[in-house]
Design a protein around this ligand. Structure first.
Ligand code: FAD
Length: 387
């Protein structure tokens, strides 16, 4: 029997260091995270505070950033780590993505030397948790419409508004908040103990339950002049961070798909229906074969995009193609796997419906599938169809 990785000879595309990083993260995921993840998901909780220093010790926080205690890995190495984390649960990969690709990247890309020196080493070590507040109750796909305002008052800034669906929001020590100022959208570093700042955890989620999601309220939040990210000007600044996080998802979502497929193959080999193993039926094999082909193609595309990024960067539409493909196919795989598991597939005894439910969020955040279709549509035709 072969795995999908073996079928597509994925290892032959990876360096020794890449394989080593992948194995280290896989081991951590299997030993430290997997035994607890179904319980976290069921209880709708995630021990972010406890795990962040462990993730930091492994070099997974701000992993692809240079300096300030960050590991400085290649993009492909970072992608492979995301894949292994998401093979356990998308919530864990989300925590790492938000910390590294969104909050830390915002500070690394757009912060002053003082801001970088103050926040990044602590965030890389997992002693300080960050969140990234862009989405608002009425503005998700179109963040340019945001209503959160930043106004000058003497030398200070004063922020008013609200943000919604913010990963890590209620456990964060620092929130990167995007707000409209007189001269356009600006980014602010808001210590979460600043008067006027409140974060409320959101409940009743049926997806990403092993992840903390919060609403942020900013009511006259007064910040010193140096709380603004000096290099962040306009919507391109938060979008620059989102592009980094989307890249992690190109790999990450395929981890969830791989986990679904391997759990399903194990199940199908031992579950007997009509006196023989489910795996021995042609209908089952057709499903498994189609899923393996999609997973393998997705991994090849992810590694290709990783190589391009490491050679000099990716165009936004290339990231969109990867994010769209990985999330859409991973979700289709998770749902198909669920059918093979029958009734057992709806329980937390198997990972498939947990992954499928998580992937609904992954399909939606960091640009919905439709938004990425529109990005690709514009690149292919030259015509903007967002409005
Ligand atoms: C679990 C979770 C965690 C999240 N974490 C964060 C976070 O940490 N920080 C943060 O800032 N945000 C976060 N988000 C928010 C996420 O980025 C938004 O949900 C996403 O951008 C979509 O916005 P929306 O939900 O408002 O949907 P909407 O923008 O209202 O979209 C609704 C539907 O309309 C479609 N649509 C939108 N525009 C068009 C168009 N022009 N043409 C055709 N169809 C269109 C969409 O594709 C979608 O199908 C998170 C979301 C979730 C679910």
């Amino acid at each position: 029997m072969v795995t999908v990785d073996e079928l597509f000879a994925i290892d032959s595309l990876l360096s020794d260091t890449e394989r080593e990083i992948r194995e280290t993260v896989r081991r951590f995921g299997e030993q430290r995270l997997r035994p607890h993840v179904a319980d976290w998901f069921e209880r709708g909780t995630f021990p972010a505070r406890e795990l962040a220093p462990e993730l930091g010790k492994l070099g997974l926080l701000g992993m692809h950033l240079e300096g300030y205690g960050c590991a400085g890995t290649t993009a492909t190495e970072y992608g492979l780590a995301c894949l292994e984390l998401e093979a356990v649960d998308s919530g864990i990969r989300s925590m790492v993505s938000v910390q590294g690709s969104l909050a830390m990247t915002a500070i690394h890309k757009y912060g002053s030397p003082e801001q970088r020196g103050h926040w990044l080493p602590e965030m890389a070590a997992g002693r300080v948790i960050g969140c990234f507040g862009l989405t608002e109750p009425d503005f998700g796909s179109n963040p340019g419409g945001m209503r959160t305002r930043a106004r000058r008052d003497g030398a200070d800034w004063v922020l008013d508004g609200s943000k919604m669906w913010i990963t890590n929001g209620s456990v964060a020590d620092v929130a990167v908040v995007w707000a409209r100022a007189e001269d356009g959208i600006r980014g602010f570093l808001v210590p979460t103990d600043t008067p006027g700042f409140t974060a409320r955890e959101m409940h009743h989620k049926l997806s990403l339950r092993a992840s903390i999601t919060a609403e942020l309220d900013l009511d006259g939040v007064r910040l010193p002049e140096d709380a603004v990210l000096p290099q962040a000007r306009g919507l391109a600044a938060p979008l620059g961070c989102l592009s980094e996080a989307r890249f992690g998802i190109v790999f990450g979502a395929l981890g969830a798909a791989r986990d679904c497929l391997s759990a399903t193959i194990d199940y199908a080999r031992t579950r007997e229906v009509f006196d023989k193993p489910l795996a021995a039926y042609q209908l089952t094999q057709a499903k498994l074969a189609d899923m393996a082909v999609e997973l393998g193609k997705g991994e090849l595309l992810a590694v290709h995009l990783g190589r391009l990024k490491d050679r000099g960067g990716l165009a936004p539409e290339q990231v969109s193609a990867g994010k769209l493909n990985s999330t859409r196919e991973a979700l289709a795989i998770a749902r198909e796997c669920r059918t093979i598991l029958g009734a057992n597939g709806i329980t937390l005894d198997y990972p498939v419906l947990r992954h499928a439910n998580n992937l609904e969020s992954v399909l939606t955040y960091e640009g919905t599938a439709e938004v990425h279709q529109l990005v690709l549509g514009e690149a292919l035709t030259g015509a903007k169809a967002f409005r």
